[in-house]
Ligand binder design. Structure first.
Ligand code: UD1
Ligand code: UDP
Length: 373
């Protein structure tokens, strides 16, 4: 395939897959590129859910996930495994997304081979290397290596300029999560059965306000997770509210949540939802309680208030716009802010405005253009 640029897109977790499938689709549809995909499978089931809905069959699958994996064993396996794939593929570019262990090690393996790296969702910074941990350092490492920085917003681009990244390598492309959200919304419109699996819960909770919940952050393991569970227990004493909580497969999350929240009538602890069903949950909920990164971008785009259960956020745009609020992992504050949104119509209306600083749904095309230059 001489003349075509060989692009090796590397990812391993659910959010990377969601945010990279629009780019993989764009590269596959473009004659200029020979698109190759390598998954580390740092996640297994949650990654496979996304691959299935996006119709992507990886060219390489390292199948690395281990139960309750440690960061060092994961990182070691990633570095050698991804290096071997790069030696075989000899790509012109390696594309990584965000700040996971897979993204960081792929950038290092490419750097060791002097292969240029394109970083999708570049420039997010909380300014605190322990929140989110270890992602703040992962993304700084990638930022040091990357030759092309695709910043989702001007704020992210500015953070890179402050770190003396060469201005000509920084491009504001928007966040591909909005492309993904548009794509999945269109698929559901064509085939509503793709998101019909929540019908039983929707029937059971008819007439109640739905609070959608996700939680998985490593820095929240232990006391933070316990406080989140305590807040949910207290909120569950209200008869007018129901909570739908697709529980992340990480055992450090599941053990706490099943032990503390199992058996409550109006708390549905369910398996991770595939992307169409999660989009449906975002659509039917009154608000989201989350420590997720991606959900902080999706919920404002759909006009749903987000209470962010983190001490710091690298996505200040939602907070600045008033659609997101940091509540940390203080049970009293989580309960108070959730009840304020549930009981104070004006407070709810002030946050429930569709707001979309993260992109216009055409980010993947812009990134493909930059790779094609
Ligand atoms: C990882 C990323 C984090 C990202 C998150 C998205 C790192 C260091 N962390 O965190 O940045 O926000 O993914 O969800 O890269 N598991 C399963 N099946 C799955 C997925 C996970 O069983 O499909 C369990 C396994 O026991 C696994 C554990 O979850 O060992 C942790 O997975 P890991 O990728 O190390 O960390 P996450 O907390 O998911
Ligand atoms: N998501 C999903 N099913 C779920 C929970 C989340 O498809 O049950 C999607 C969500 O729409 C978002 C992404 O997964 O796009 C966020 O992943 P996660 O919270 O695991 O990671 P983070 O964004 O914090 O890195």
């Amino acid at each position: 395939m001489s003349g075509r640029k060989r692009i090796l897109t590397v990812f391993g977790t659910r959010p990377e897959a969601i945010k990279l499938f629009p780019l993989v689709h764009a590269l596959e549809a473009d004659e200029r590129f020979d698109s190759r995909v390598c998954v580390s499978a740092q996640h297994r089931a949650m990654l496979d859910q996304v691959l299935a809905i996006a119709g992507i069959t990886p060219d390489h699958d390292l199948d690395l996930m281990q139960p309750d994996q440690t960061l060092d064993a994961l990182t070691a396996g990633l570095l050698t495994g991804l290096g071997q794939v790069m030696d075989e593929e000899k790509p012109d570019w390696v594309v990584v997304q965000g700040d996971t262990a897979t993204a960081m090690t792929a950038a290092i393996a490419a750097y060791y081979r002097k292969i240029p790296v394109a970083h999708v969702e570049a420039g997010l910074r909380s300014g605190n290397i322990h929140h989110p941990w270890p992602e703040e350092v992962n993304r700084k490492v990638i930022g040091t290596i990357a030759r092309l920085h695709c910043a989702p917003t001007e704020t992210a681009a500015e953070a890179l300029r402050r770190e003396n990244v060469a201005p000509g390598t920084i491009h504001v492309t928007g966040n591909t999560v909005i492309d993904a959200l548009h794509w999945i919304t269109a698929r559901i419109a064509e085939r509503p059965e793709l998101a019909a699996g929540l019908a039983e819960l929707e029937g059971r909770f008819a007439g109640k306000r739905i609070v959608g919940i996700t939680s998985h952050r490593r820095e929240n393991f232990g006391p933070g997770m316990e406080a989140i569970a305590e807040a949910i227990r207290r909120l569950a004493t209200r008869g007018d509210v129901a909570m739908i909580f697709p529980v992340h497969l990480n055992p450090n999350v599941r053990s706490v949540m099943t032990e503390r929240l199992g058996g409550l009538d109006n708390v549905a602890l369910i398996e991770p939802l595939d992307y169409p069903h999660f989009a449906r949950l975002l659509g039917i909920c009154a608000l989201m309680l989350t420590d997720s990164g991606g959900v902080q971008e999706e919920a404002p785009a759909l006009g749903k208030p987000v209470l962010v259960m983190r001490e710091a956020t690298e996505r200040p745009e939602g907070v600045a716009a008033g659609t997101a609020k940091l509540v940390g992992t203080d049970a009293d504050l989580i309960v108070a802010e959730t009840e304020r949104l549930l009981d104070d119509e004006a407070a709810y209306a002030a946050m429930a405005r569709a707001h979309n600083p993260f992109g216009d749904g055409r980010s993947a095309g812009r990134i493909a253009e930059l790779l094609g230059q």
